[in-house]
Write a protein that binds this ligand. Structure first.
Ligand SMILES: Cc1cc2nc3c(=O)[nH]c(=O)nc-3n(C[C@H](O)[C@H](O)[C@H](O)COP(=O)(O)OP(=O)(O)OC[C@H]3O[C@@H](n4cnc5c(N)ncnc54)[C@H](O)[C@@H]3O)c2cc1C
Length: 807
């Protein structure tokens, strides 16, 4: 087919992601779609994939995505007449450790509540389902009858045919070499065969997506790693409906192919492929065999399936696949360039995920907004620094292995750190801080006593808990100091800054200079795009303080809603200010001691009202003190010019020793805010939750004169029964320790899952925030007994609208 000179939507890349995107765009009525492939369809990574297709995903929306993919794969052949190789053979996942079994039990409970058919099975049953297995050292496993396998090339060709049937043009042997841009928008693409004008571009360029993104200044942080499997000759007892089998403790998986086995895996230390740029001529190509790299997997496989000892290995396939810094794929409209979408970086699960991801990106393209909460895979979770190639290479060595590694609660990644550090980093490290990383920022999670080792990961009551309880106690009884420098801080200035914020924020923003307000950025569905605090510094100047992970996302949301004629300019000033939070009943006294003679008066409740700020002296520094508290109880956030943060910190400690001042970290902060019922974006709040469902109606001013985004949806929902509602859950006994993500049961039936969990000394038990979904939202009230499926055991708990309940 010759190259058209224009198309409404151009898709770059003819692997499974590009073909699924084309298929779904056409299914949704888009006819003017052009897919360009530099080689032939599937010639990149897709052609050599193993083809395992599973459904288990960590959350509701991602699971729904993969379930949709399976439903599509099972009916595609009937629609297009092209075989897909789809076989619903089921999958068996085995566990060699008790901890893995506990994790399986949790995943099974959650998957069931998402509607996936799944059984926790014994080792013996696993052996029955998969007779090649050695089971004597297994604890058990999972059986997921709806999982399956497909032939990646056939599946992709079938998707392409479905797209073509509805008018999509597919042109092969056309490399896109440039992106045409005008006024911050895509206007076309450049190829050796000529330019093609377009309104929308979708980058589905697989492992080329990063270098292709760079052509237009778009950051697509992914990096390739060598990825292996063997293919054996026929093996007795291996038949087409033999289930897929995964042994994550051995880092390996199996699939039947032509009467033999495909066995591959995810070695803990992967081998990044340092090819940069990746040539466009890398088509239907593989990399050289590397038996040394594959040997640990082979050894594990011979142990798990002894038939492999004598089976004839036909080939060791080594093909590059791209991985991302957090192991999740990348979807959405790029924050750098309007109408430039990305669907790439599939972390070795592109065959399983592309069916659903193609639909999601098509909905995003057509609707102009993410169709649901897709934060896990949203391109805006990555800040510009994630383009660094050394960091990407090191991280890829780690994230490939995470695929099957035992994932512990609150496990931190180890590579490419430390990167973004507060001026207090070394001081806190010397005091025993154990850091975690958020959006590149190193943040103290907790402080260990001198001489102690950092806590080991585990599933039960954590080793760090007693240390964190001391930090919580200081916050509630004396005073504690939190370094929250990682907060994202955005300055919006200009004549129209107020008008812009009034339109974007659900709360009243026309507040006095010096005041602050907690508010939501809502989407048209009334869901939280973000929650943040706005400090009005002057009539036309607003400091927006938002979560550490949300800088890119919120910047994108705000700037895309500033009209071309509006005078409002947003600047990321995160690195200009440290935030030191002084929390606890002695916070005021501490600030008075470290300030000037009149500081005590300046900070009195009469002079500095709640939700107000003022400039104060701390040591020799001037800082802005905000009277507010995320942890509950009295406290002040200090906004400190970053070059004075060290001085302020030392001054506070010098004056605070007598008062019992203690450094505290994010584990304490999280537990305290949960105890106090404070919600966190990304946990309890997201694009699928409205303020009514989240119990945050107080942060919405439906009566304010300016209409705001999401208002119409809220007015419609007002007075209607809630589809879900946030409650506080208090475990009945101090013994069980929950982490979040556990299924919540009412009368034995799943009705939701725990979002955040923390230890509450006041309750002497774990306290959680959780959504109760569907009809159950009407049946759960203050004091309703509920249950939690904790690692496969059911434990009792009680639901509250707020906790502690009002007497
Ligand atoms: C060994 C191995 C085993 C795997 N097993 C599985 C599995 O069992 N299950 C599973 O779900 N996934 C598996 N995967 C992963 C899966 O193969 C990938 O995630 C998936 O194929 C990625 O599809 P894609 O469309 O994003 O990329 P690709 O298939 O690479 O497609 C991208 C296309 O873009 C084209 N392109 C790039 N730049 C340009 C340009 N400038 N102009 C025009 N065209 C361009 C390329 O030529 C390429 O064809 C495996 C991967 C490997 C390596």
């Amino acid at each position: 087919m010759s190259l058209p000179t224009q198309a409404r939507i151009v898709i770059v890349g003819g692997g499974i992601a590009g073909c699924s995107t084309a298929y779904h765009l056409s299914l949704m009525g888009e006819r003017d779609v052009l897919l360009l492939e530099q080689g032939k369809l599937t010639c990149g990574t897709t052609w050599h994939a193993a083809g395992l297709v599973g459904q288990m995903r960590p959350n509701r929306n991602m699971t729904a995505m993969s379930q949709y993919g399976i439903a599509l794969y099972s009916k595609l052949e009937a629609e297009t007449g092209l075989a897909t190789g789809w076989k619903q053979c089921g999958s068996v996942n085995v566990a060699a450790t008790k901890e893995r079994m506990q994790v399986y039990a949790k995943q099974a409970a959650l998957a069931r509540s998402f509607g996936v058919e799944i059984d926790v099975i014994s080792a013996q049953r696993a052996g029955e389902l998969y007779p090649l297995l050695r089971t004597d050292d297994l604890e058990g496993g999972l059986w997921i009858p709806g999982d399956g396998k497909a032939n990646p090339t056939d599946l992709t060709m079938s998707l392409a045919k479905g797209a073509r049937n509805r008018g999509v043009k597919v042109v092969e042997d056309v490399e896109v070499t440039g992106v045409l841009i005008d006024k911050g928008r895509v206007t076309g693409v450049r190829t050796a065969q000529g330019d093609v004008q377009c309104e929308i571009l979708v980058n589905c360029a697989g492992q080329w997506a990063r270098q292709f993104g760079r052509l237009a200044g778009v950051n697509v942080p992914l990096y390739s790693a060598e990825h292996f499997y063997i293919v054996t000759d026929r093996i007795e007892g291996v038949h087409p409906m033999l289930p897929v089998m995964r042994d994550p403790d051995g880092c390996i998986y199996y699939k039947e192919e032509v009467g033999g086995l495909v066995m591959g895996g995810f070695e803990p230390q992967a081998k990044p492929w340092a090819m940069d740029p990746i040539p466009s001529t890398f088509q239907f190509q593989l990399l050289g065999e590397d038996w040394d790299q594959f040997e640990p997997l082979m050894t594990n496989a011979i142990h798990r399936t002894p038939c492999l000892e004598t089976a004839k290995v036909k080939m060791l396939l080594n093909g590059p696949e791209s991985f991302t810094p957090d192991g999740n794929f990348i979807l959405g409209e790029a924050p750098e360039l309007r109408n430039y979408f990305v669907a790439a970086g599939f972390n070795s699960a592109g065959i399983a995920n592309s069916g659903g991801a193609g639909r999601l990106i098509a909905e995003w393209v057509i609707g102009g907004e993410a169709p649901s909460d897709l934060w896990d895979v949203d391109i805006r979770r990555f800040a510009p620094f994630t383009a660094n190639r050394k960091a990407l290479s090191e991280r890829t060595g780690e994230t490939l292995g995470l695929h099957y590694a035992m994932r512990w609660p609150r496990q931190e990644l180890a590579t490419a750190r430390p990167l973004r550090t507060s001026p207090l980093y070394d001081l806190l490290a010397d005091k025993g801080a154990v850091f975690g990383a958020k959006n590149g920022w190193e943040r103290a999670n907790y402080f260990k006593p001198a001489g102690a080792h950092p806590a080991e990961y585990g599933l039960g009551r954590p080793q760090w808990l007693d240390w964190v309880i001391e930090e919580q106690r200081a916050t509630r009884e004396t005073v504690a100091l939190y370094d929250q420098t990682s907060f994202s801080k955005l300055l919006l200035q200009g004549r129209d800054a107020l008008a812009v914020l009034q339109r974007l924020c659900a709360n009243e923003i026309d507040i006095a200079a010096g005041a602050m307000v907690y508010t939501a950025l809502l989407n048209e569905r009334g869901g939280f795009e973000s929650d943040l605090t706005v400090i009005r510094q002057a009539a036309e100047r607003f400091l927006i303080v938002t979560g550490s992970a949300q800088a890119t996302r919120d910047t994108d949301w705000i700037t895309r809603h500033i009209g071309p004629d509006e005078h409002a300019h947003l600047t990321d000033v995160s690195a200009m200010f440290s935030v030191l939070s002084v929390m606890g009943p002695k916070a005021r006294e501490l600030l008075a001691r470290v300030g000037s003679p009149n500081s005590a008066d300046e900070l009195s409740p009469e002079s500095l009202k709640f939700s107000h700020t003022r400039e104060i002296d701390v040591g020799f520094a001037r800082v802005r003190a905000a009277r507010m508290s995320y942890v509950g109880g009295p406290g002040f956030e200090l906004y400190v010019p970053i070059e004075m943060a060290r001085h302020v910190y030392l001054a506070l400690h010098e004056a605070g020793a007598e008062l019992g001042l203690r450094d505290a970290g994010y584990y304490a902060l999280d537990a305290l805010r949960i105890e106090a019922g404070r919600r966190a974006w990304g946990a309890e709040l997201g694009p699928d939750e409205t303020p009514f469902e989240a119990g945050l109606s107080y942060a919405v001013k439906l009566t304010k004169p300016t209409p705001f985004i999401g208002k119409a949806a809220l007015l419609k929902a007002q007075g209607q029964p809630l589809r879900k509602k946030l409650v506080t859950i208090v475990l009945d006994s101090p013994a069980p320790y929950a982490w979040g993500g556990e299924a919540l049961l009412l009368d034995g039936t799943p009705v939701g899952e725990l979002a955040s969990v923390g230890w509450s000394p006041k309750a002497n038990a774990c306290v959680a925030l959780a959504y109760v979904r569907g009809d159950a939202a009407q049946r759960v009230h203050a004091g309703t007994p509920v249950e939690i499926d904790l690692w496969g055991e059911v434990v009792g708990a009680t639901a509250w609208d707020r906790w502690p309940p009002k007497p």
